[in-house]
Every structure is written in structure tokens, then in C-alpha cells.
Write a protein that binds this ligand. Structure first.
Ligand SMILES: *[C@@H]1O[C@H](CO)[C@@H](O)[C@H](O)[C@H]1NC(C)=O
Ligand SMILES: *[C@@H]1O[C@H](CO)[C@@H](O)[C@H](O)[C@H]1NC(C)=O
Length: 359
């Protein structure tokens, strides 16, 4: 009768509009798939079609259309961030694996964990870094070198070259990467904080790079400019921040616009986190066994280090399950001889290595 059709209508409406909404907003940005998707593998050689990037909110779509020339750098930035994540976590149980899918990390980033904090921070730093670099290389018309932070020249050097404009790169990262983080919930607050922590660490690590000019390398004239560090420096720095990340608790406040969630330090006896620190409020799974729900792949068959007592050591990485050992033959250059003048010749030797993998 009435009730059944009515209920079905409500259910359908719910599915399509209301209840679906909470699921339609995943806690990680789907547009990160720009960095891994096959369809974007020829970045730079083909124009980016903003409408075909998955998961953009309206503000991001507008940004993409207005500044389409810097979108390849945005995508490149996410890629740099993910590569650095994989380097920093290579010997850990969760090693920043991506799957070739829209949900590039799987469900791992659904929870508000340290791992989520790190990925957000390194990706937003990556975007700021790549945009800043490409601007300094002159590859876009709307940006270029930084002329605002020169100050007086120092002793024995003068300003020269192209100072990298990290403020512009950070602005792009803030406008684009944070565009979807305006919800009044705790996860949005966490993502905003960690995204900004990534950009702040980039800003903190800018340095004066100098070059000598003059006859045969004599340093008669020295010119200097602001430069971003190697991205590895940012990765190492953020990894320290991951190790010392601050655990938070969620608080609800009633404000004029409704309920708003904010984060507060869980432990009052620790210093509250600064804008450079990473924050999280849910504990991580242990990543020992495969679990499709948490996105853990488990550590079976992972290569472990027999002599290390750290997390990459066989005890910890294999979660106490033990390990298998196989020998592997590798060809290497050996007995190299320097011939006058000027080349080196080598022989090829086969060396045998023990390779340990988790049971
Ligand atoms: C990362 O972990 C996955 C899943 O366990 C594994 O397949 C992959 O080889 C690992 N990558 C590295 C670099 O160890
Ligand atoms: C294994 O761990 C030891 C001790 O931490 C380290 O010196 C060594 O370089 C590691 N080996 C590899 C292959 O990573």
C-alpha cells in the first residue's frame, strides 16, 4: 500500500541524495589518482581535460579551468609526494603501496591515522614544490621568479639567478589541495592541518644557493638566490614528524552555523602541536595480515633485513611469523682496471646473496 511505496521512495531518495552523500565524500582526495592513472601518463604532451579528472569539487574544477597550464605540475607534485612516501616507508609494514585505481591507496587512508597524516602532508608539499619549480623554470605565464624576498645583498655576494617563489607554489597547493577540506568535521580539520604542515616544512627548508663566477672558478663574483631543497630533505623532515606525530581527540562545539568538530591534544602534558607537526586521532592497524577492510596487504613475502633490530628487521616486519631464506645470484662488475688514458674495463662476477622474506 501507501507505506511500502512511500518507504521505497524514501529509501531511493536516500540512496541517491542524502545518505549517499556521506559516502560520496571519501576522506582522501580522489584527484590524487592524477599521479598514477594511465590516462595521465603522457602529462605535458597532451592538454589536461579538467572535466575528466575524477573527484574534483566545483572550486577545483574552476581552478583547473582557469589555471590549466599549471595542472601538469599539480599532478607531478602528487607523484613526487607519493614516490617520496614510498621511499620513506620502504622498509615498513605499510610501505605506501598504491593500487592503480581511483582510490589509489585503498581504504588505508579512510581512517584518521598517522599514515593518513603523512600522505596528506607530503602530497600537499609535493604540489607546492613542483609548481614552484616549474614556475622558476619559466614553464607557465602566470608565475615566475620571486623578486619580493631579496633584501640587501650579503658580504661578498649579490642577488642573481631566479629565486624560487615558494609562496606562489604554496598558494596553489592551498587553493587546490585544500579546496575540499572545508567541512566542519574532524577529518577535514586534520587534513587542513597536515596539508599546511607539509607546505610549512617546505617553506622552512628554503636556502640560499650560490654560484661563483670569474676566471677558472675563482670566486670573484658570487651570485645567490632562494632555492628549494632536494625533495628528499622534505621527505626526511616529514618522516621525523610522522614519528613524533601528535595524537588528538575530537571535540564538538555548537556554533551559529551548527555543530563544528575541532581537535585538541589528547595528552595535556605534551606540548600542543605546532603548525609544523602532524596530527591524527585514530590508531593505525598493525598491517601484519592482509585485511581488505583496513587496506592492509600484510607483510607475507616482504623482504626483511636479518641484522636490523628496527622495523625493517625480520622479527618486527614479519610480525613474529618467521622468515624464509633463499640465495640469489647477482651479476656485478669486478676486477676493474684503469687503462691509461682514459677508460676503465671490468669483468663480470657472480655473487651470491641471502635474501630473507617473511613467512
Ligand atoms: C610493498 O608492499 C607490497 C605489499 O606487501 C609489496 O607487494 C611490495 O613489493 C612492497 N614494495 C617494496 C618496495 O618493498
Ligand atoms: C640491514 O640492517 C643493518 C643494520 O641496521 C644495516 O647496516 C644494513 O645496511 C641493512 N641492510 C640492507 C640491505 O638494508
Amino acid at each position: 500500500m501507501f507505506s511500502e511505496t512511500f518507504l521505497r521512495m524514501i529509501y531511493l531518495g536516500c540512496l541517491l541524495f542524502l545518505c549517499g552523500l556521506t559516502h560520496a565524500i571519501p576522506s582522501y582526495p580522489i584527484w590524487w589518482s592524477l599521479a598514477v592513472g594511465h590516462q595521465y601518463s603522457s602529462l605535458g604532451s597532451q592538454p589536461i581535460l579538467c572535466g575528466s579528472i575524477p573527484g574534483l569539487v566545483p572550486k577545483q574544477l574552476r581552478f583547473c579551468r582557469n589555471y590549466v597550464e599549471i595542472m601538469p605540475s599539480v599532478a607531478e607534485g602528487v607523484k613526487i609526494g607519493i614516490q617520496e612516501c614510498q621511499h620513506q616507508f620502504r622498509g615498513r609494514r605499510w610501505n605506501c603501496t598504491t593500487i592503480n585505481d581511483k582510490a589509489i591507496f585503498g581504504p588505508v587512508l579512510d581512517k584518521a591515522t598517522r599514515e593518513s597524516a603523512f600522505v596528506h602532508a607530503i602530497a600537499s608539499a609535493g604540489v607546492a614544490f613542483a609548481v614552484t619549480r616549474s614556475c622558476a623554470e619559466g614553464s607557465a605565464t602566470i608565475c615566475g621568479c620571486d623578486t619580493r624576498h631579496k633584501g640587501p645583498p650579503g658580504e661578498g655576494w649579490k642577488w642573481g639567478g631566479c629565486s624560487e617563489d615558494v609562496e606562489f607554489g604554496s598558494m596553489v597547493s592551498r587553493e587546490f589541495a585544500d579546496a575540499r577540506e572545508n567541512r566542519p568535521d574532524a577529518r577535514s580539520a586534520m587534513n587542513r592541518h597536515n596539508n599546511e604542515a607539509g607546505r610549512t616544512s617546505l617553506n622552512d627548508n628554503m636556502f640560499l644557493k650560490c654560484k661563483c663566477h670569474g676566471l677558472s672558478g675563482s670566486c670573484e663574483v658570487k651570485t645567490c638566490w632562494w632555492s628549494q631543497p632536494d625533495f628528499r630533505v622534505i621527505g626526511d623532515y616529514m618522516k621525523d614528524k610522522y614519528d613524533s606525530a601528535s595524537e588528538m581527540v575530537v571535540e564538538k562545539h555548537k556554533e551559529s552555523r551548527g555543530w563544528v568538530e575541532t581537535l585538541r591534544s589528547k595528552y595535556n602534558f605534551f606540548k600542543p602541536p605546532t603548525e609544523r607537526d602532524l596530527v591524527y586521532y585514530e590508531s593505525s592497524p598493525n598491517f601484519c595480515e592482509p585485511n581488505p577492510e583496513t587496506g592492509s596487504f600484510g607483510t607475507r613475502d616482504r623482504t626483511c633485513n636479518l641484522t636490523s633490530h628496527g622495523i625493517d628487521g625480520c622479527d618486527l616486519l614479519c610480525c613474529g611469523r618467521g622468515h624464509n631464506t633463499q640465495t640469489e645470484k647477482r651479476k656485478e662488475k669486478c676486477h676493474c682496471i684503469f687503462h691509461w688514458c682514459c677508460y676503465v674495463s671490468c669483468q663480470e662476477c657472480v655473487r651470491v646473496y641471502d635474501v630473507h622474506t617473511c613467512k
